[in-house]
Design a protein around this ligand. Structure first.
Ligand code: ATP
Length: 447
């Protein structure tokens, strides 16, 4: 295994060992492309989602947050073009009948290698198209059950509510609808851990504007940069992110223009993290046609009626999660000991502060540590109390889950009233801070 793939393996193993991510339904052999998030994973995910909600919705006057349903009738997906066009090219191995995405050279090469080792030469079938929508039926009787789809993108939840937002919120154009939620795709080859899953979460903004080329260009550039700056704020080095424009044949059926923000991954170079799409009037026009409900907007100022254009920012929560971990992963030597740590920004860290009594069996130390823990928890929320094992072991665990600060209560805290020790995750250095200054000291570090 080369060093680069090794990093991904290490992340997968850390995620399981420390309670970030588990294979879905693991005790039954797992389900390909499906993952469950553990206690620390859920916190990191929430931090990513909260940061999205804060920047794209809360801090803006012109964006409305919604929470649309996962199940949607077939008609929605006919209107959006997904039943017909949401496909990937598929080829089948004539030896073992495994199906692989035809436009993923890594998957093809990987599969050919398996048969090469068996001294066989792979032949592939002609490429066919495969629809990625995951369907189901709703209703108690076979006859009357309705065909539904688990949404293939959360986008349509915003578009089908466009009229509801107009009528209930009376927004002035330009304005946006933002949401976070699960999406489902029957990916032919789920791979690369959280990167390509069959169930995943998206965070999206649909921003509705006047249908005008100049306005379209301006808004498109604005949201491209906004999404890039947001991504950087997760804690990435600028050189590990880049923009890439989709080529014409790569663009989704709805896109007038499309750019990705890509992350330089160790498992295959630059990969899509986020998409910014100029969807123009594709969705609203089609929904007007298929639902027979007029989706146009009436501009009181200019007395014009039109179907707005839509600029979309669409990012994956799980990909952001994976990329944040890959970016933060570090190995170094502290003193004479090797260690692994996650250099997460305090905003992302699932645990912000850990509090330890130096010894577990000295009641006075434990009581004091519990008091400090309670006070910090009131202030900072995600604070952990830990008295398991020796102090070195506790530091190792906190380093591995990316906790920025560990606080130890020792005999000098009690007897000499010398305050507590605060250990910095990145340098391993410890400082003594008086109890009364502790909260303001930590607050300053977190800003
Ligand atoms: P790809 O080309 O990698 O298949 P896409 O262009 O189809 O992705 P979009 O439809 O633009 O993806 O979806 C928006 C975002 O949703 C992506 O940027 C990505 O972060 C996330 N996403 C899409 N598919 C998956 C998946 N199978 N697993 C995890 N996240 C995904």
């Amino acid at each position: 295994m080369d060093e680069k793939n090794n990093k991904m393996e290490k992340i997968v193993s850390l995620c399981k060992r420390r309670g970030f991510v588990f294979q879905g339904s693991e005790i039954y052999g797992g389900l390909a492309g499906i993952f469950d998030y553990g206690p620390l994973g859920v916190e990191l995910r929430n931090n990513i989602k909260q940061y999205f909600w804060q920047k794209f919705i809360i801090e803006r006057e012109d964006v409305y947050g919604i929470g649309a349903a996962i199940l949607m009738p077939e008609k929605v997906w006919e209107a959006s073009g997904h039943t017909e066009l949401f496909t990937d090219p598929l080829v089948e191995c004539k030896i073992c009948h495994e199906r692989v995405r035809a436009d993923q050279p890594e998957a093809i090469v990987e599969h050919e290698k398996i048969h090469k080792n068996e001294k066989k030469k792979v032949e592939w079938t002609e490429a066919t198209t495969f629809n990625l929508l995951v369907g189901s039926k709703l209703g108690a009787s076979e006859k009357t059950a309705t065909q539904v789809y688990l949404r293939g993108e959360i986008t349509q939840g915003a578009h089908v509510n466009f009229k509801n937002i107009l009528d209930s919120m009376r927004p002035k154009i330009p304005f946006g609808i933002g949401q976070i939620g699960k999406a489902f795709r029957n990916e032919i080859t789920p791979r690369d851990f959280l990167f390509r899953q069959r169930e995943f979460e998206q965070m999206e903004l649909q921003y509705y504007i006047k249908p005008n080329e100049v306005e379209g260009k301006k808004q498109y550039e604005y949201w491209k940069q906004f999404a890039f700056d947001w991504y950087l704020g997760l804690g990435f080095k600028k050189e590990n992110l880049r923009f890439r424009q989709h080529t014409l044949d790569e663009r989704a059926h709805y896109a007038k223009d499309a750019w990705d923000i890509e992350y330089n991954t160790p498992f295959g170079g630059w990969k899509e993290a986020w998409g910014i799409h100029h969807r123009a009037d594709w969705d609203l026009k089609r929904h007007s046609e298929y639902s027979k409900i007029d989706m146009s907007y009436y501009d009181e100022g200019t007395k014009e009626k039109f179907i707005p254009w839509d600029i979309e920012c669409s990012g994956g929560v799980d990909r952001a999660f994976l990329f944040v971990l890959l970016e933060a992963y570090r190995e170094d030597e502290l003193g004479k000991e090797k260690r692994v740590y996650l250099k997460l920004s305090p905003k992302m860290a699932p645990v912000k502060i850990a509090v330890f009594p130096l010894l577990k069996n000295k009641l006075a130390l434990v009581e004091k540590a519990r008091e400090v823990y309670k006070n910090l928890k009131k202030e900072f929320g995600a604070v952990e109390f830990d008295d398991n094992g020796n102090i070195g072991k506790r530091y190792r665990r906190q380093d591995e889950i990316g906790t920025p600060f560990c606080i130890t209560i020792d005999f000098d805290t009690l007897e000499k009233k010398e305050g507590v020790t605060v250990r910095n995750r990145d340098t391993g250095k410890q400082e003594r801070i008086s109890e009364k200054d502790l909260i303001s000291y930590l607050k300053e570090k977190f800003t």
